[in-house]
Write a protein that binds this ligand. Structure first.
Ligand SMILES: [Zn+2]
Length: 133
């Protein structure tokens, strides 16, 4: 796991109570939701996307774009809200994105995004909640 000091710590038992089974699978067991399965993909309002595990704001609606992948995609996270680690699972080398506060798995970041960051944060919708501005 990342070296960042998580400040929102829960036991496995608590996470199972706190999250839905799908959220638990994705956020605590590094799973991936089916593309196109989450309503947040089509969220177009102004506001912020927060961590479903701890409530920390992760992404602003301004940075969201339609990537065509079926997962909510962003050019950049809110400063300091995520940590990244190298993920060598499934025979690929990817950069995993986790919440900096509770260390829940969120998704991955790729370097094929649009300007200005040229990054694509590919995030599981169920790992987030949306708070309208
Ligand atoms: Zn979190």
């Amino acid at each position: 796991m990342s070296a960042a000091a998580a400040t929102f710590v829960r036991t496995d038992e608590e996470w199972r109570r706190l999250l839905t089974p799908e959220q638990y699978y994705i956020m605590r067991q590094h799973g991936t939701e089916r593309p196109g399965s989450c309503a947040l993909l089509h969220e177009k309002r102004q506001g912020s996307f927060t961590c479903a595990g701890c409530g920390q704001p992760l992404f602003a609606s301004d940075g969201k774009f339609e990537s065509g992948t079926g997962w909510p995609s962003f050019g950049a996270p809110i400063e300091g809200s995520v940590t990244t680690t190298v993920d060598r699972s499934h025979g690929m080398v990817r950069t995993e994105v986790s919440c900096s506060r509770c260390e829940s798995h969120l998704g991955h970041v790729f370097d094929d995004g649009p300007p200005p960051t040229f990054l694509r944060y590919c995030i599981n919708g169920v790992a987030m909640n949306f708070e309208p501005a």
